[in-house]
Design a protein around this ligand. Structure first.
Ligand code: HEM
Length: 408
């Protein structure tokens, strides 16, 4: 298959259902492949890592959006993202990230452990209740998508009773990350963004009057004392980024981790009984089924990467999921092996935009999976697990499980 055909196949239903054969077809042409004028695809581990770390290759910001879709300012969801750190380049990025680092600290993350455990326990009560007669329960809807929103709400200081509302809005907004190829989805994302922005504005003024030791209270304080460090739009943009960046990604890692645990009783048993097994297991799930399959960078000037000339203005599609299965980096890369020795998959990115929430995501998943198999020792698949029909952020749409006595 030629490189362009393999790349284009990734946008088809077959490609979205199983992108891995197309990554291999691309790899057959090299680790950094020109697929058409102005577009290159990185599928090698080293090449992906190099692109993410090279300051001459930048994320898509407002200036880049102007080139591909000059009407982006009409979309509130896109506007909000362009005020967040993930859509800005140095030096603006460093200023925002530095400000966020002062509030998003290891102490803030550690403070969340009891919240994570309590949230998991009460979500499991509901799963047990729904499944007590042996009916299948959708672990994605009832657990995996609820946990990260509840946790991030506690981190940020959002109202705890609105978790389902945040989840539904964040689900609509996530479509904006698909780019400009889905106009109805973008309209839905804009409507959700407008609703959420109204809530954020109100929350910021409440926190200003009554700071509460949470992340938003801290950021509001920073904005009020040094608005040149964090503008009001950046404050709102980053609140929205934190809500959405840690939502589907973490939910998908929980979902895939659970599905793989159900595939071999030995995994479930070791997750339940052997603490030393858990961290490696979660890292391997992240390598094998990374929630973020792909990201992109734009060449700010002519650059040569791994011997390939990438001209200024070109786009480099960085396929993290393909880098994670590069045989040059990982032995037998298509085998799920929780005890593999090679570490450092690309699942949380690299370079200056390395995931701010990686420690939190790991904490959530490392806590959730052992508790799942301990609480429901007889848990089994209760139907067909299906992946969502999307490529960039990929994960399970549904994961039916049986946790109680089966119906006669
Ligand atoms: C950035 C993955 C969870 C917040 C990123 C990037 C990746 C990633 C690949 C880099 C994107 C790029 O370079 O283009 C994941 C995965 C997660 C996860 C797989 C869960 C399994 C979280 C959580 C939070 C979070 C829980 C926070 C609550 C962020 C932020 C950035 C980011 C703020 C942007 C950092 C910057 O631009 O400097 N994440 N993430 N992520 N992530 Fe995560």
């Amino acid at each position: 298959m030629d490189a362009l055909a393999a790349f284009q196949a990734l946008a088809t239903p077959e490609g979205r259902a199983n992108p891995y054969p197309y990554y291999e077809a691309l790899r057959g042409h090299g680790n950094l492949v020109p697929v058409k004028d102005g577009t290159f695809v990185a599928v090698g581990y080293r090449e992906c890592a190099q692109v993410l770390r090279d300051p001459r290759l930048q994320v898509q910001d407002g200036t880049a959006f102007d080139r591909v879709y000059p009407r982006w300012r009409e979309h509130s969801s896109v506007r909000a993202f362009t005020n967040s750190m993930l859509y800005t380049n140095p030096p603006r990025h460093g200023r925002q990230r530095g400000t966020m680092n002062t509030e998003f600290t290891p102490q803030q993350v550690a403070r969340l452990t009891p919240v994570i455990v309590e949230t998991i326990s009460s979500l499991f009560d509901r799963v047990a209740e729904l499944g007590r007669d042996g009916s299948p329960v959708d672990l994605m809807a009832e657990f995996a998508t609820r946990l990260p929103i509840a946790v991030v709400s506690a981190l940020l200081g959002f109202d705890g009773d609105r978790v389902t509302w945040f989840r539904d809005l964040a689900t609509s907004i996530a479509v904006a990350t698909d780019g400009f190829t889905n106009p109805p989805g973008l309209a839905e994302a804009d409507a959700a963004m407008d609703e959420l922005a109204g809530y954020f504005v109100d929350l910021v003024s409440r926190k200003r009057g009554c700071p509460a030791g949470d992340l938003v209270s801290g950021l509001v304080g920073l904005h009020d004392t040094s608005p040149e460090e964090l503008s009001y739009d950046e404050l709102l943009g980053n609140m929205m980024l934190l809500l959405t960046a840690g939502f589907e990604t973490t939910a998908f890692l929980v979902g895939d981790g659970a599905l793989l645990a159900l595939s071999r009783p030995e995994y479930a048993r070791r997750l339940a009984d052997d603490e030393s097994f858990v961290d490696g297991y979660v890292e391997e799930v992240a390598r094998f089924e990374p929630p973020v399959h792909v990201t992109s960078r734009w060449a700010a000037r002519d650059v040569t990467i791994a011997g390939v000339d990438v001209p200024a203005g070109a786009r480099v599609v960085v396929v993290l999921a393909a880098g994670n299965r590069d045989p040059g980096q990982f032995g037998s890369p298509n085998v799920f092996d929780p005890e593999r020795a090679e570490g450092q998959p690309l699942s949380f990115g690299g370079g200056v935009h390395f995931c701010l929430g990686a420690a939190l995501a790991r904490l959530e998943v490392r806590t959730a999976l052992p508790l799942l198999v301990r609480r429901f020792p007889g848990i089994a698949l209760g139907g067909v697990a299906g992946y969502r029909d999307r490529w960039v952020i990929r994960g399970l749409r549904t994961l039916p499980v049986v946790v109680g006595a089966r119906r006669a």
